[in-house]
Design a protein around this ligand. Structure first.
Ligand code: COA
Length: 151
């Protein structure tokens, strides 16, 4: 069985990380967003902006063996960039990554986690205790602002 490993991203991870995110957007989010939105979302996660994110926020990577299969980020009190490769979804990896980032937020004395959920991930976050705040509209499409107090 392949071993599961979680570690912080470095600039050396830019290309596979950008690839994982853009692949997952195209495969998993296209049922909820039109092609224009998908293209705009993929542009946000090209290598260059991803490199900027790695420098400016905490980004965790999840590996199955040597394969990058999931990621999540934390910037201030916002959980960001949560993606699990389509072939590994539904196995608890997303839940585990959220739990790790919440743990990190608690250590930073962040009282409440916020996030902008895709329409695709809304039920996932509800299952993890996040509550609906409001639906917001961006050029890339609609996203759901959600919150969860951290004890
Ligand atoms: C959303 C996403 C990160 C979830 O990751 P995952 O590894 O598939 O989720 P998990 O297997 O850890 O699921 C955790 C819980 O959420 C529930 N859940 C996950 N997706 C769900 C869905 N679409 N509808 C209802 N429940 C869902 C699971 O049943 C599980 O519940 P349990 O703990 O009671 O068993 C992943 O599906 C993904 O990358 N989606 C596409 C990209 C995306 O939209 N990312 C979010 C950007 S804001």
């Amino acid at each position: 069985m392949k071993s599961l490993k979680i570690r912080q991203a470095t600039v050396a991870d830019v290309v596979p990380l950008s690839g994982l995110i853009r692949r997952t957007i195209r495969v998993s989010n296209s049922k909820d967003y039109d092609q224009k939105s998908i293209d705009m979302l993929c542009a946000i996660f090209e290598s260059e902006p991803v490199a900027g994110r790695i420098e400016n926020e905490l980004i965790l990577l999840c590996f199955m063996g040597t394969e990058l299969v999931g990621t999540v980020g934390l910037r201030d009190n916002y959980l960001r960039s949560m993606f699990v490769d389509r072939g590994y979804q539904g196995r608890g990896l997303g839940k585990m990554l959220v739990s790790k980032i919440e743990e990190e937020a608690r250590q930073r004395a962040i009282p409440e986690m916020m996030l902008h959920s895709s329409l695709t991930a809304r039920e996932f976050y509800l299952a993890l205790g996040y509550e609906f705040v409001e639906l917001q509209t961006y050029p890339e499409g609609p996203f759901v602002l959600m919150r969860k107090p951290l004890e």
